[in-house]
Ligand binder design. Structure first.
Ligand code: SF4
Ligand code: SF4
Length: 161
């Protein structure tokens, strides 16, 4: 995609993910919705140009973040919230994998108990499809590459503990 229509792309991505969540049950009951206890100083990191399709306020301090006070219109929540605690990582040949987003390991019990949890395969397949769509756009591919490096760094750090 050289001239990506970001609205069209994110609409498609949100349709693919639809109401899918990591588990068939509500994982928020395991942790009292730990990943939605945001404060207005942090927030969720947005994917490139995602703000054009979201009804969230955005802070531009370094990273582009969607301000989150722990409540939102679920139909307009950022992509990062929809795919957490997984992420579509990418290798140097552009292949997409679906891996635990180790950046959230302190927050999410699913990440630290990956081997004991049965995830919804439809969700994992959807995250991979989403990754393939994102990888077609240059800016989004860069974003995936940077995030993959961060996730690798966090994983290495966690395995040393
Ligand atoms: S922190 Fe993890 S287990 Fe808790 S609601 Fe978020 S994704 Fe689910
Ligand atoms: S934007 Fe919504 S889904 Fe995302 S962390 Fe905040 S409350 Fe949770």
């Amino acid at each position: 995609m050289s001239h990506t229509d970001y609205k069209k792309m994110y609409d498609k991505i949100f349709r693919i993910l639809s109401d899918l969540t990591p588990l068939r049950a509500d994982c928020g009951q395991l942790c009292d919705h730990a990943c939605c206890k945001g404060d207005s100083k942090t927030g969720m990191r947005l994917f490139p140009h995602e703000e054009s399709v979201l009804g969230v306020s955005v802070t531009e301090s370094g990273d582009r973040l969607a301000v989150c006070d722990g409540t939102c219109d679920r139909t307009k929540r950022p992509l990062a919230c929809r795919i957490f605690p997984f992420f579509p990582t990418i290798d140097e040949r552009g292949r997409i994998y679906v891996e635990a987003d180790t950046r959230g390991a302190l927050l999410c019990p699913l990440i630290t108990h990956m081997d004991e949890v049965v995830f919804d395969k439809r969700f994992l397949r959807a995250v991979r499809r989403v990754g393939r769509i994102l990888a077609k756009d240059r800016e989004c591919r860069e974003f995936l590459l940077n995030a993959t490096q961060e996730i690798d760094t966090y994983r290495a750090f966690l395995s040393e503990e």
